[in-house]
Design a protein around this ligand. Structure first.
Ligand code: SF4
Length: 365
């Protein structure tokens, strides 16, 4: 059972070949942390992220060299590339011409409106999606003067002003919006408020969320809260960690809400005194294996023969063992006993057999 979620019907926008908003799946994106000027390292990371399930990738463009590298990166990337632009609009114009599918700007940080106008014109000419990325830490002065602090209302006013500016002055609607703050509650309040006032699609997530554990918790709280309310069309789980982890966490959140599945779900017992097998090692190995599999499967890794198969009978397949014997079970019934050192190999073979019998469980992104 999953919660019933009624997604808000936002406008559909296009980042290259990927549609965002409306009834399209909630898209998972991430950002490279390589030096964009290093084409090889950046493409390597992009491919790893793509393989993990990332659908849109953002890269930073700090200078001309990074923009020059973009040509090859956009050509060889297996997914649409978004450029992250700060301060220098001319870099953005060149990035558009280098083949990016989207650009992330924080309009309040651009002092020269004429330059910004030119960038928007170029984006429109090339059909590049513009993300208006409002950040609580860099709101424009006139909004800050009005609100004193970067409250959710201040962030939303800034976002709405910029959306209207682009729509009215340029008649351009390929826009999505993010409203980020490192405080997860301010973040969700800003998104909720924006969602009441506008139909433009939202890129959700908490910025500067921290490392794997605290960052996952903060992001999960905010993203889950919003998705349960039907808000959010694409997401990035920002973590101070390998960006591949961002993608795994994103799918974990989406799966647990019944919104999207990509990798197998693994259930495991917390272990107790009955456990007679190296469960943590087994779990880690199954988890690493499952990251390379795209299928709607539930696997179980349990600590003892007495209770494991029964406790995990809702899993498609599972393993347990003890005293040198490994047990494989399917839908709660023991199907194989093998020496413990052959348990994983045999388990993976059984999963292959299961997937051959149930090809509908395989997922193509
Ligand atoms: S499956 Fe066995 S080892 Fe794991 S928690 Fe249950 S009783 Fe304990």
């Amino acid at each position: 059972m999953f919660p019933k979620i009624k997604r808000k019907k936002t406008k559909v926008v296009k980042v290259g070949s990927v549609l965002i908003g409306g009834e399209n799946p909630i898209r998972v994106q991430s950002m490279t942390n390589t030096d964009t000027r290093d084409v090889k390292a950046t493409l390597e990371q992009i491919y790893k992220l793509h393989y993990a399930g990332c659908e849109i990738i953002r890269v930073t463009i700090p200078d001309e060299k990074a923009v020059s590298a973009l040509k090859e990166i956009t050509k060889k990337s297996p997914m649409p590339v978004i450029a992250d632009l700060h301060f220098v609009t001319s870099l953005g114009e060149k990035a558009v011409k280098a083949g990016i599918a989207g650009i992330r700007i924080n309009p309040g940080t651009f002092k020269n409106l004429k330059n910004l106008d030119r960038l928007i014109e170029v984006c429109k000419d090339y059909g590049v999606c513009i993300r208006i990325g409002i950040n609580a830490g860099s709101l424009e002065t006139k909004i800050l003067k009005k609100y004193k602090t970067p409250t959710p209302s201040a962030m939303v006013e800034s976002a709405i002003n910029w959306v209207n500016y682009i729509v009215e002055k340029f008649d351009y609607q390929n826009i999505k919006v993010s409203l980020k703050s490192s405080n997860w509650w301010d973040t969700v309040k800003a998104y909720e408020l924006f969602s009441k006032k506008s139909d433009f699609p939202l890129h959700i997530g908490v910025t500067e969320a921290g490392g794997l554990i605290p960052g996952t918790i903060k992001n999960t709280m905010a993203i889950t809260y919003l998705l349960l309310k039907g808000i959010g069309d694409t997401l990035r789980v920002s973590l101070t960690a390998d960006p591949v982890e961002e993608v795994y966490v994103a799918y974990e959140i989406l799966r647990n809400l019944g919104l999207r599945t990509l990798h197998p779900d693994i259930i495991a017992c917390p272990m107790c005194g009955r456990c007679e097998i190296d469960l943590m090692k087994l779990y880690r190995e199954v988890e690493n294996w499952a990251k390379n599999v795209k299928a709607n499967l539930r696997l179980a890794v349990m600590g003892c023969i007495v209770n494991g198969p029964g406790e995990a009978k809702h899993a498609d397949l599972g393993i347990t063992g003890g005293k040198g014997v490994g047990i494989i079970f399917r839908e709660g019934k023991i199907i194989k006993k093998v020496p413990e050192d052959q348990l994983l190999n045999e388990f993976f073979k059984e999963i292959e057999t299961f997937l051959k019998e149930h090809p509908e469980r395989l997922i193509n992104l």
